[in-house]
Design a binder for this molecule. Sequence first.
Ligand code: ATP
Ligand code: MG
Length: 219
Amino acid sequence: MLQSVTLQGFKSFADRTRLDFGPGVSAVIGPNGSGKSNVVEAIRWATHQARARELRAARAQELIFHGSGGKAPLGLAEVRLELRTPEGERVNLARRIYRDGTAEQDLNGRPARVRDVHGALRGTGLGPGGLAVIGQGEVSGVVQAEGKTLLGYVQEAAGLSRAVTARQDTEARLREADTHLDALRLVLQERAVTLARLERAAQDARRWHDLTLRTLTLQ
Ligand code: ATP
Ligand code: MG
């Protein structure tokens, strides 16, 4: 569940703006051009669901407030999201872009990689392929999805994608363990050969010992 969105310097949001979403349905209303779509785009951007070009910006820097209504352009755009996963975990995300093109993202207050962000969002609908945000013009694509794409949507909606990933991880570990097992079997085979040789040597030694004793007794 998305709990809050905080925008600062993102598109039309020059001043720090925080939107808190309570339980239930929230609607964002406002006149044309007041920034409703920008809020949705901020969510898609902060969750790495969309690149700048899919957010009506030719370059990532165009996501930064470029000045309007007597307000000067800013040097930085930041979007912060507070989320709660289906398991009740709190997830805090922040994504920033500077005018020089430098980008940063934090996951729970620490710098993170994109894949960490995607991992944290799995099962929330806001990860890759998630359906929590459906843009205008994407509805027919979702409705007409088939095969693997459709399966992906259903798994994500049913909260299965975490389990699917866990299963893939486990399968990979199993394959690794199998490889180790094969290597160990080889070692075991080699040891068995050595053991057989040592057993023969021990037998010979025992015989030699017996024969020497017998020879001594005979004398
Ligand atoms: P509609 O009801 O028409 O869909 P909306 O509420 O969705 O409108 P948005 O499309 O979110 O409005 O906002 C558009 C506004 O954001 C425009 O006025 C545009 O100039 C402004 N805008 C977009 N990028 C920037 C930017 N980098 N800096 C400043 N303003 C920007
Ligand atoms: Mg709009």
